[in-house]
Design a protein around this ligand. Sequence first.
Ligand code: ASP
Ligand code: SER
Ligand code: ZN
Length: 650
Amino acid sequence: MTFRPALLAAAVAMTLGLAACKQAPTPANTGAAPPPAGETADQFVARVNKEFRSLSAELNSAQWLSSTYINSDSETIAAKTNERWLTQLNGWIEQSRRFDGQQLSPDTARAIKLLKLMTAMPAPRDPVKLAELTRIATRMEGMYGAGSYCTGEGEAKVCRDIGQLSDVLAKSRDYDAQLDAWQGWHSISVPMRKDYTRFVELVNEGAKGMGFADAGEMWRSGYDMSPAELAAETDRLWDQVKPLYEQLHCYARGRLDAEYGKDKGEVAGGMLPAHLMGNLWQQDWGNLWDMLQPYPGAGSLDVNGALNAIAQADLASARARATGGDGSAAQRAFMVERAAALDTAKKMTERAQDFYVSLGMPKLPASYWEKSQFVKPLDRDVVCHASAWDMNMEGDVRTKMCITPTEEELTTIYHELGHIYYDLAYNKQPPLFQNGAHDGFHEAIGDTIVLAMTPSYLHSVGLVGAQQQSDEALINAQMRMALAKVAFLPFGLMIDRWRWGVFDGSIKPDQYNKAWWDLKAKYQGVAPATARGEDFFDPGAKYHVPGNTPYTRYFLSHVLQFQFYKALCDAAGHKGPLYECSFYGNKEAGEKYWAMLSKGASQPWQQTMKELTGGEKMDASAVLEYFAPLQGWLKQQNANQSCGWTAPSA
Ligand code: ASP
Ligand code: SER
Ligand code: ZN
């Protein structure tokens, strides 16, 4: 994700709020300072840009502290700062109504539209409710960050955090151990249910106050098209890629059956068991490589092995460097391991930076290396979920991760740096335009680079061995990418199908969990191995729910990134099949990318898209073009299977 306190994707919505204006909301006391008399619209936008810049720097600092140092004090400060920010935002939105119906310059009109879409957490005007909302939001995120699953009693008590539990799913192939880890993580969200229910009421009230039907409609309004059109776009794109997903699903099921037996490898209706997919949410199946690798040994794609070797070497040199110190031998050894882990994490980040620099982009500023969180601190709880931060809109950029030496984490670093380079490129825009063309663009920048991490690229930077050219190696390489990118698609869609329903009231609180699993079944063909009734709150075990980060952006990104990739490959003069292209080191591609990034949210995304790709529509045909060899192969593999699954009728 990228952390925008608040910044929902930028983009002009349809004319918002007209109806709301007619209802003449009481010129509410929003708590914000009144505007100077006689202010013009242009002056208003200039003032908001200035105030926004300083307020957001303060908000980011408070949020950074509360995410990297979770305790009741940092929570209080973050909630209070957020309260002031949302109050100010409501004030600006209120003040902007003075200009409704006036003839405005295009930039000013766009800035005012974006202002109304700046938060994913629209707040009620009532100051008591607004304060309640920010407290709930901060508390939920803290609960997620501090989430821990404990077993045993007394001396034998062992607690595991998200990293340790994820590790079990990634590496263990013991059905019961995986089930325990999966269920354990899903116990941390049980106490969030009440907070989330109230949260929904409060943001809906806020959204209505801004002229939207509910918070979901507001989320769908940030795409330079109507909310209904956006929803239809997601259906259309899903229809394009669904056949590919269904083939991958069918293949994975066959392999799981082979590993665990049919009675355990699948659940009723031919669905995949949630705890066996190598990932807590079944959104990325890359950790099942041992089981799903089409041709074991064809082409060496063992990035994990290479990262492990780097980690071992860092450990050895940290040990060689170490000279005594305080504490027991065990304590000193531990500190040496910590130092080595930080070295490895920074090396992985430098590897990612190198790709961007190879395109002609700048090196990250010194402050990035000083202020980022690379590894999990020992002495406190933090939100480990990776994020990228633009602290002050002028160069204080940071990432916050708990990096371990795995391929999955390495690609997440490339992803996060995509956000950072977007931030750096649009920092010269006025603050209200400092955002993605839409939020899916923001998520797609780094992932486009990940697509260019071909086997040849990985070999050239020493992360895999020499590559052989063969059909088998190609299918392996395609599978590696598909387990991350294709497996993700239905997940990217279902999260907000759930939240849209929650916000519009079609999913009621007493059905939260049922609706969640109905959607998981419908889109992903995934089901829990044991009953998950309403005493659980499984959506809360996914960061973006308690963190209130809209998720449609990731679905869109997983389509867009293939379009961007293709465009950059064209710019680099690539000939031959799409999947062979890496534009590593290509300055033409880099220039084209940077030009797009620099535009930020200053114009409708369709225009930005056109400048990069030549087209104005999101379209999954590049996904299908890329995966054509794999899709053909999967069809053959699945020829004798009866593919598909039966979801319980919702
Ligand atoms: N970039 C990811 C996301 O956007 C972060 C992660 O999965 O670790 O949420
Ligand atoms: N980073 C997003 C997530 O973790 C999408 O991959 O859900
Ligand atoms: Zn992201």
